[in-house]
Write a new protein. Structure first.
Length: 296
């Protein structure tokens, strides 16, 4: 930056006042300039670090991330630390005003656990949080199980973002994370998915077989040659054979055929358990699929 008065490049920025000042002629070029970078601070006895202060709204928290946070310094006595720990608990309770905030906070905490179990990114969790708030505003969540509701919303969001996640993965994550004893019925889960997608006006795109092949081939430990062979086998199948079968079933079948063609030993039971389909349904169509692939 150069001074418009004396064309000098000796321009100094005053961080306290937010001004660009020419040190040669004293002209204030810009005043009250805002910094677009992050905020930095220096604690006593510590190095310079980024300040935990931001104006971004966090939809994954019940108060949208606008509530204050209670920090605890490290260089205090144990008695002060215990007192400040009690004060922090009281401050966390004060962030929840009523039963609505408590209910939303409980749901978002359970959602965080479910997304952690499924290894989903924060963007997916944020979209599910927004969808849950919309469903709550429409009174869809009343009288329904919270875990099934969250699993259905996560499944819908993954489908909208074209992430190949299956219903069986949702069931296993709910049972493993929350210890739910009762089995989630597939029919009721699909009805709930249909209800939520219709009320929230979300279109669920169909996940392709190629996406499922890329999704489960690393879990089966297949080589690159076997993966390319699986895609080739799927393209070789005629349309009248693939249009009446689910993409998940077709992915399991071509993965088993590609592993055998590449000389990699893998059992049919392992493929069925990894993908989440029945062993008998795959074995019934294997002979016909081999003939179709060989004929192509």
């Amino acid at each position: 930056m150069r001074c418009p008065s004396c064309s000098s490049s000796a321009v100094l920025y005053d961080h306290t006042r937010g001004e660009h000042v020419c040190t040669r002629c004293g002209l204030v070029i810009l005043e009250r300039a805002l910094e677009s970078g992050p905020e930095w601070r220096r604690r006593p006895g510590e190095t310079l670090e980024r300040a935990d202060a931001t104006a971004v709204v966090d939809v994954t928290q019940h108060d949208l991330g606008l509530g204050s946070r209670f920090g605890m310094p490290k260089d205090v006595s144990p008695s002060w630390r215990a007192s400040m720990r009690r004060l922090r608990e009281l401050q966390q309770r004060s962030r929840v005003g009523g039963w609505k905030d408590r209910s939303i906070r409980e749901a978002l905490v359970e959602l965080d656990k479910l997304c952690e179990e499924l290894a989903l990114p924060k963007g997916i969790k944020a979209e599910v949080s927004v969808s849950y708030r919309r469903a709550r505003a429409k009174r869809i969540t009343a009288g329904r199980d919270l875990h099934q509701m969250l699993a259905a919303l996560v499944f819908i969001t993954c489908r909208v973002r074209c992430l190949p996640r299956t219903e069986d993965e949702m069931f296993q994550a709910v049972v493993a994370r929350f210890g739910v004893k009762k089995h989630i019925r597939v029919r009721s889960f699909r009805k709930l998915v249909k209800l939520l997608s219709g009320e929230l006006k979300l279109k669920l795109p169909r996940i392709s077989t190629d996406d499922y092949i890329d999704r489960f081939s690393p879990q089966l430990g297949l080589s690159r040659e076997a993966i390319e062979c699986a895609h080739k086998f799927y393209k070789a199948l005629p349309r009248n054979f693939t249009q009446s079968k689910s993409p998940l079933f077709l992915a399991a079948m071509v993965l088993y055929l590609a592993a055998g063609s590449a000389g990699e030993k893998i059992t049919l039971d392992r493929v069925a358990r990894t993908v989440g389909v029945g062993v008998s349904s795959i074995s019934k169509n294997l002979r016909l699929a081999r003939q179709l692939v060989a004929g192509e």
